[in-house]
Design a protein around this ligand. Structure first.
Ligand code: SAH
Length: 208
């Protein structure tokens, strides 16, 4: 018998460009329903973003998987996750990296996500309340940075905290319009270049 998460991998992820077996394994190992409120749980494996508390959303599984894949996580990597939300993406990332630092500006969401992650045994994730545009300097640099909210430009602190050879996946607002452009930035010494992945719709990355 396949679990709902395994069916999601077979039906929504493999046919749509997710080819990294470690990412597929991580996606099948994280129970998305546990990151939702009881009344949203029956929608957990639908192919879309869903509402969580504080007017925020848990991303579409395909987008989480493609972002993780683009970040090319390695087992020894330290990762930074900006916009913890439900904690789902942090949980997926925690199966792919050594340690995940996750920042959320809404205290209620951070507290709830942290409790969910602990309850489910994702013990290599640390959640902090704060402004993710400033990153988490104490544990920098990061080989992987995932940003789950859209900014007009890439926050300079995040570029600074990106390790040499590291990858940052972030939605960028183009000319104040939707959709946003999902990009992967890569550092090579002092040079930071990017390529565009695909158009996306994320909530705004708020500052201050
Ligand atoms: N990764 C999440 C998706 C969260 S949606 C998940 O898997 O559920 C984006 C989140 O970014 C929201 O929870 C929002 O509150 C948060 N956010 C917005 N601006 C932020 C900022 N400057 N710093 C940290 N979190 C921020």
């Amino acid at each position: 018998m396949n679990t709902p998460a395994e069916r999601m991998v077979a039906e929504q992820l493999r046919p749509h460009g997710v080819t990294d077996e470690r990412v597929l394994l991580a996606m099948s190992a994280v129970p998305r329903e546990e990151f939702l409120s009881p009344r949203m749980r029956r929608h957990a494996y639908e192919d879309r973003a869903l509402a969580i508390e504080c007017g925020q959303t848990i991303s579409q599984p395909l987008v989480v998987a493609l972002m993780a894949q683009a970040a090319e996580p390695q087992p020894d990597d330290f990762a930074l996750d900006v916009g913890t939300g439900s904690g789902y993406a942090a949980a997926v990332l925690s199966r792919l990296c050594r340690k995940v630092m996750s920042i959320e500006r809404e205290p209620a969401l951070a507290e709830h996500a942290s409790a969910t992650l602990k309850r489910l045994g994702f013990d290599n994730v640390e959640v902090a309340v704060g402004d993710g545009t400033l990153g988490w300097p104490a544990n920098a640099p990061y080989s992987v940075i995932l940003v789950a909210a859209a900014a007009g430009g890439v926050p300079p602190a995040l570029v600074e905290q990106l390790a040499d050879g590291g990858r940052m996946v972030i939605p960028v607002v183009i000319e104040q319009e939707e959709p946003q452009d999902l990009r992967v930035y890569e550092r090579r010494g002092n040079y930071v270049g990017y390529r565009s992945l695909f158009p996306v719709l994320f909530v705004p990355l708020r500052t201050g």
